[in-house]
Ligand binder design. Structure first.
Ligand code: CP3
Length: 346
């Protein structure tokens, strides 16, 4: 039986398809990582991007939160910049900072450095996903990639950015170059997702983390075509496609329209309102504020009940509204998984 068949009856996959579930499935963005002591131990002395090229380490780190928290899905341990590194760009992930690009992409000449990604560029992904699908059995593995806009932001700015000024200057000032940049990134993102799906990932999430910086008309004009290209290119696999960004309240309808099966929602828009914006036919994922986990347990439970009360009757995947914050108490996450499962059991 293929990995996709083995996970089809899992609560996570059923919820993505808006089918009834025995309990609301839960996973957390950034569930693998610095909130876990076993992660810090496994990563000791190994730079982030190097750790993303070691199949045994990837497998171990991906499984850690599944074992500890009993989440309903694993998320592949990697980073959105891994495919860019794999095609030869000189970039690194600086601890506490994020991705930093030595030589930013700003001209037509620079575009030539964005060559297509071949499966042979990331053999460790194929190997690790294969190991994981075998280990996980009926628990789904979520593969992921960065969306073209969010990747472009790192490449054009040269690192993390609050205002994305160089990115927007290129987008508004040189729309043809911008379109070609996003088109190349769409192909790289698609190739990276395909490698993961073909090796056994049961669902994929496209992270457009920073696209909330755009107004809807600009999203539609400058970004949506490249995201549509990505979702269309992986549609035939039939695995659920999740689309997530932060601060995207005004973009939720368009992000659904771009082709996702599931739209991720941050904590700023309640799920019932998000459902109205996204429209029918899509599942929703979210949306507890990750900072709520720093409050006492009764407050976490009260805020969780609010999320569950606003969630659709079918087609809800519980998650945080963004990634787990590094200083989160892991026990608070374990309790939260259990609380959601108990509160939604039918
Ligand atoms: O558990 C998981 O969710 C899977 C692993 C994962 C990582 N990065 C590992 C990581 C995922 C899904 C990502 C995606 C990612 N990377 C995004 C989209 C998600 C989001 O948060 O919106 C973005 C924007 C990046 C870029 C990036 N990489 C940032 C902003 C950082 C944090 C920098 C820091 O140190 O504060 C990284 C580094 C990173 N990616 C770490 C991990 C576990 C931390 C590295 C470490 O342990 O030192």
């Amino acid at each position: 039986m293929s990995a996709h068949q083995q996970t089809a009856a899992s609560p996570f996959i059923r919820a993505c398809r808006r089918e009834p579930v025995p309990h609301t499935p839960v996973w957390f963005m950034r569930q693998a990582g610095r909130s876990l002591p076993e992660y810090l131990k496994a990563r000791e002395g190994i730079p982030m991007l190097e750790s993303c090229t070691r199949p045994d380490l990837i497998t171990e780190i991906t499984l850690q939160p599944v074992r500890r928290h009993k989440v309903d899905a694993a998320v592949y341990f990697s980073d959105i910049v891994v495919p860019l590194k794999a095609i030869g760009l000189d970039l690194d992930i600086k601890p506490g900072v994020g991705p930093v690009v030595a030589d930013p992409i700003r001209t037509r000449e620079d575009l030539k450095r964005l060559r297509p990604l071949e499966p042979g560029d990331v053999p460790y992904v194929t190997e690790a996903v294969g190991q994981l699908a075998a280990e996980l059995g009926s628990t789904p593995l979520i593969g992921f990639a960065g969306a073209p806009f969010t990747l472009a932001s790192y490449l054009v700015e040269g690192g993390p950015s609050r205002n994305h000024e160089r990115t927007k200057a290129l987008m508004y000032g040189e729309p043809e170059l911008w379109r070609d940049l996003l088109d190349r990134l769409a192909d790289i993102t698609t190739a990276f997702l395909k490698v993961q799906i073909e090796a056994g990932a049961s669902a994929v999430q496209v992270f457009d983390s920073w696209v909330g910086a755009l107004a809807p008309a600009d999203y539609r004009r400058y970004v949506m075509p490249s995201s549509v290209k990505v979702f269309d290119a992986v549609a035939d696999y039939g695995v659920p496609r999740i689309h997530f960004g932060v601060g995207t309240g005004e973009l939720l309808g368009l992000m659904g329209e771009a082709g996702a099966d599931v739209v991720g929602v941050d904590w700023r828009v309640p799920l019932d309102e998000a459902g109205r914006r996204v429209g029918p036919g899509k599942a929703l994922q979210g949306n507890l504020d990750p900072a709520v986990l720093f409050a006492p347990t009764p407050a976490v439970e009260a805020k969780t009940r609010e999320v569950l009360a606003a969630a659709p009757a079918t087609g809800h995947i519980f998650n945080l509204g963004h990634g787990v914050l590094p200083t989160t108490d892991p026990d608070a996450l374990t309790r939260l998984v259990d609380f959601v499962h108990r509160s939604t059991q039918v």
